[in-house]
Ligand binder design. Structure first.
Ligand SMILES: *Cc1c(COP(=O)(O)O)cnc(C)c1O
Length: 369
């Protein structure tokens, strides 16, 4: 981690200490109020719970600090994505998104945005630069792609797509601001499902959008207020609490993932492994140039669907769940959702368990699977 990343992580724990009066609670209060005391001229004060809430403001300040940008909180990752699409696109616009990324944005475009005259194309992440970006109003990158873990060059995509007049958006869910910083690489907006590692405890859905262009951010913030896609104060508070330990959790998760991916690559029961941190992974050279960590997701392919299911069910330290980024290691066979991967492909989300205990359990489960 670079010095500025260390300082950023350290400062997060002390963001509000300068504002405290003697006797104030150190922990940010949860403010459950739909209305605010508002006599006379309403300007300049909090007015209504769909417009403002002090607990969202606190979590937004934390995201703003982590992203070094303005940040807007949303009740889920998809609320963040749909708000970016709906606030910034118009009839006749064309969007480019990865064919191998998170599938819900593609379904949303297909089922609902095409109805509004917004068209889209998809392209594999590994060859995202091929074909150029002429004619696109918005380009969405997701790197590493989920679940295949291919990578594209964020800086090169941002430069080429912006030169054609596109707004470039990065879904940074798999990496968090501690693992990759797309705004520093030139994208216009970064967004994430904080449902994953940022909250980290598998008990909340949440999302955020961040950017450094004041007009774009204001447009999205106004969309949230008008459309009513607002997070609840309690969820905002839980995410704020999760963020306090994100750096230490993500550090453990990524370090364990590096160790486990290396050992999986040598394991006789494993056909192949994808992990950007492996020296012989097709993504490695590019990953080293743009990622600060190699992430907590590992893709491994076992011999068959049955073997993959048995591995997941047998290992006592793997929870069979969809989603990723929790303190508990979890895994799933992505082909069960129709992802374009082998039947025996398992997406492993490495959690915070001590590395060696986790590896021993994985090794034992692979031997019996
Ligand atoms: C989970 C996920 C989302 C959606 O987040 P929700 O909180 O479930 O709406 C979006 N993008 C990526 C890459 C994800 O993994």
């Amino acid at each position: 981690m670079s010095d500025s990343q260390n300082t950023r992580a350290a400062r997060l724990s002390h963001l509000h200490s300068g504002d405290l009066e003697k006797g104030d609670p150190l922990s940010t209060p949860i403010v459950m109020s739909s209305v605010f005391h508002l006599p006379g001229d309403p300007a300049g004060a909090r007015q209504y719970g769909r417009f403002d809430n002090p607990t969202w403001e606190a979590v937004e300040a934390a995201f703003a600090h982590l992203e070094d940008a303005d940040a807007i909180a949303f009740p889920s990752g998809m609320a963040a994505i749909s708000s970016v699409l709906l606030a910034l696109l118009s009839t006749g616009d064309r969007v480019l998104l990865p064919s191998d990324g998170y599938y819900t944005p593609r379904v949303l475009l297909e089922k609902h945005l095409t109805r509004l005259g917004i068209r889209y194309d998809t392209r594999p992440t590994a060859s995202f630069l091929e074909g150029g970006f002429a004619g696109y109003r918005m380009v969405l990158v997701e790197t590493p792609s989920n679940p295949g873990l291919d990578i594209c060059d964020i800086k090169a995509v941002a430069e080429a797509a912006q030169a054609e007049g596109a707004i470039v958006v990065a879904d940074n869910t798999t990496m968090t601001p501690y693992g990759q910083r797309p705004l520093d690489l030139g994208v216009d907006l970064v967004l994430a499902a904080d449902t994953k590692a940022p909250n980290g405890h598998s008990d909340v859905l949440f999302g955020h959008v961040a950017g450094r262009d004041a007009t774009m951010i204001e447009t999205i913030r106004e969309w949230r207020k008008l459309a009513g896609v607002i997070p609840g104060p309690f969820e905002a508070w839980l995410v704020l609490r999760g963020l306090q330990t994100l750096e230490v959790r993500f550090d453990r998760m990524c370090s364990s993932a590096e160790t486990i991916a290396t050992r999986l690559a040598d394991h006789p029961a494993v056909r192949s492994v994808r992990y950007p941190g492996l020296k012989n992974d097709p993504s490695h050279a590019l990953a080293k140039t743009q990622m600060l960590r190699f992430g907590s997701l590992v893709g491994l392919t076992l011999g068959s669907k049955e073997q993959a299911e048995r591995f997941i069910d047998t290992c006592p330290f793997i929870e069979a769940t969809t989603s990723f980024g929790g303190v508990h290691t979890s895994a799933e066979r992505r082909a069960r959702w129709g992802d374009d991967v082998a039947e025996g492909f398992v997406r492993l989300s490495v959690g915070c368990e001590p590395t060696d205990a986790l590896w021993q359990a994985i090794d034992a489960a692979l031997k019996t699977a």
